[in-house]
Design a protein around this ligand. Sequence first.
Ligand SMILES: Nc1ncnc2c1ncn2[C@@H]1O[C@H](COP(=O)(O)OP(=O)(O)OP(=O)(O)O)[C@@H](O)[C@H]1O
Ligand SMILES: [Mg+2]
Length: 235
Amino acid sequence: MSGNIIEFSNLRKSYGQGDSRIDVLKGIDCKIKRGSICTLLGPSGSGKSTLLNILGGIESFEEGSVIVDGLELNNLSKDDLLRYRRNKLGFVFQFYNLVSNLTLRENIEVGAYLSQEALDIDELMEVLGLTDHQMKFPNQLSGGQQQRTAIARALSKGPAILLCDEPTGALDYKTAKDVLEMIQKINKEYKSTIIIASHNIAIAQMSHEVLSLHDGTILEHKINDKLVDARDLVW
Ligand SMILES: Nc1ncnc2c1ncn2[C@@H]1O[C@H](COP(=O)(O)OP(=O)(O)OP(=O)(O)O)[C@@H](O)[C@H]1O
Ligand SMILES: [Mg+2]
């Protein structure tokens, strides 16, 4: 399948009421192509995580329409949203959210559980350089290993869409590059559409599409025809 995997129009989201109301997304429109890496850039508070959470079906919105892989999110019941998240999405949170009393391997298995299209966990750990650590618990892993485990967990079900909130935010330079190389590899090998919210503008160079958010509006939607290999990024 080709075409657009994500389409939203007139998308509005606010928090609070009356004087304390903040309009976080002010009626934005966008189409994102299937198979893209799309990076969301913008200053702190510009609405990147909010948009990611709306696409992930974990945050509601007041107005507009959001269609992901043919599903109109505004029309889904709670159960349908749950199924949507389970069947189509992988979500990588900034602070990993690993389960502390499960081993690395078990954390990944949790992600694959119930999926029809689960990937081979041994292969995934091999690709991510985690095999030797599979029996360790999260508190015995480095930050980079935890981040890669979180990515493996999100990927293990073979999701059509991978949503990553600041996937390199807490990592050192070398580990951040390893994670970006992996994200690029996943995009190429598994054809997943990958949406990344980040402050790192270097990531834009490896992204097919770049959405610049500012104050709840889309400043620019750039299509990138000169992609840089993740390993050649410098920042
Ligand atoms: N639950 C909430 N209640 C009230 N306001 C919120 C809530 N969540 C987010 N906001 C506000 O919405 C705005 C956008 O937040 P969001 O987390 O989407 O920004 P961001 O672009 O991801 O920022 P950062 O780069 O710092 O992660 C901010 O002004 C924030 O204070
Ligand atoms: Mg954020």
